[in-house]
Design a protein around this ligand. Structure first.
Ligand code: ATP
Length: 358
């Protein structure tokens, strides 16, 4: 498989402080890679090394198959960068800034003008091309920055929080642009704290924490991992509980389950999972059967005619609830579960890492 980026034990120290710690990361060619991490985790430092703005303390990386230490000039030809803080010349116009970038890459005049026109139209900033950058709004500056970074048609584009502070419409224009650039065959490295943005755009995600790679997978893979871990984590054997409950249901002896509810389950409450079910023929017997289930913490009808159920966080518990409703001849017309989001993954991974690092 071809990788756009491959790092090899990449380390950056500032004095004694280890900002990036033996990072080994692979970014697939022509993919959109989300690079996440808490504030101060080492994302910008990594990006600065990969874009040859700073040198690694040790280790190295290949960017578009060129070594960042040995061939920085070749790397610079292959990459474009939209930095966290827009770095444009305030006393030059939007167009002059883009032209300066094109000149840096040695683009012939005709090609330079053609590309700048094309890109300015694409991000909708041509109307402001003759304004001084210092007179532009934050979003307008960001668009000029994107034009300047793309003028030499880089293979790999680094975007460090490109949509921060942008209004929803401008954000959406940039998201479309990122996807379009990717469809054209460019690899995109996206640093962002916007989990919706990352989830929607990225093929793969790496989460860095305290300079170390704490997680790497597809967004869905990371979310599935949390679900699987949660399912494994519960100390309850839901299938056994259901069997016991069935055996005891004739004599209505549920005291042992109530005891279970009061003690063992207490530890599971913090990780409770919520599901909401719409039962068309909802009636008292269904509710009574559900209330018997010892792994349910809360059950309540909602204003919209659904029932909201808080249960032990396990797929088996969800199945048991649904089986109970079906056994009572309940007709389920809709189910929704609050499955983990990328934000949950982020918090879990970075918190876990903190505990491990103690
Ligand atoms: P954020 O999400 O807040 O932008 P980040 O993940 O990009 O954070 P970095 O900017 O890479 O984080 O910083 C990583 C660590 O390195 C931080 O603790 C920061 O204080 C430190 N650091 C960054 N640049 C320098 C520098 N020039 N000198 C000393 N320490 C630095």
């Amino acid at each position: 498989m071809k990788y756009a980026i491959e790092t090899f034990d990449l380390i950056k120290k500032y004095g004694d402080f280890l900002a990036v710690d033996k990072l080994n990361l692979k970014v697939k060619d022509k993919s959109i890679f989300g690079f996440l991490g808490p504030n101060g985790a080492g994302k910008t430092t990594t990006i600065k090394m990969l874009t040859c703005l700073i040198q690694p303390s040790s280790g190295t990386a290949k960017v578009s198959e060129y070594d960042i230490v040995e061939d920085p000039n070749e790397v610079r030809q292959k990459i474009g960068m939209v930095p966290q803080l827009v770095s444009l010349y305030g006393d030059l116009t939007a167009r002059e800034n883009a032209e300066l970038c094109a000149d840096y890459y040695g683009l012939p005049k005709d090609l330079k003008e053609e590309r700048i026109d094309e890109l300015m139209e694409l991000v909708d900033i041509k109307y402001a091309q003759n304004k001084l950058v210092r007179q532009l709004s934050g979003g307008q500056k960001q668009k000029v920055s994107v034009v300047a970074s793309l003028v030499h048609q880089p293979e790999i584009l680094f975007l460090d929080e490109p949509t921060i502070g942008l209004d929803p419409t401008t954000k959406s224009v940039l998201w479309d642009l990122i996807q379009e650039l990717n469809h054209e065959g460019r690899t995109i490295i996206l640093c962002s704290h916007d989990m919706y943005e990352v989830d929607m755009l990225c093929d793969h995600v790496g989460i860095i924490d305290k300079g170390l790679l704490a997680a790497y997978d597809t967004p869905q893979g990371l979310k599935d991992d949390i679900l699987e871990n949660q399912d494994k984590k519960t100390g309850l054997n839901i299938s056994q509980i259901m069997r016991d409950l069935e055996e005891n249901s004739n004599v209505n002896n549920i005291s042992s389950f109530q005891k279970l509810k009061g003690s063992m389950i207490e530890s599971e409450k913090a990780n409770a999972r919520e599901i909401s079910v719409k039962i068309d023929n909802m009636c008292a017997p269904i509710m009574e059967e559900l209330e018997k289930l010892p792994f349910i913490f809360e059950i309540a009808p909602t204003k919209s005619g659904r029932i909201s159920i808080k249960i032990v966080n396990s797929a088996d518990a969800v199945t048991a609830v649904l089986n109970t409703i079906i056994k009572c001849q309940g007709s389920i017309s809709s189910i929704s579960t609050k499955d983990p989001s990328l934000e949950d993954v982020f918090m879990k991974v970075t918190t876990k890492h903190e505990v491990e690092g103690e």
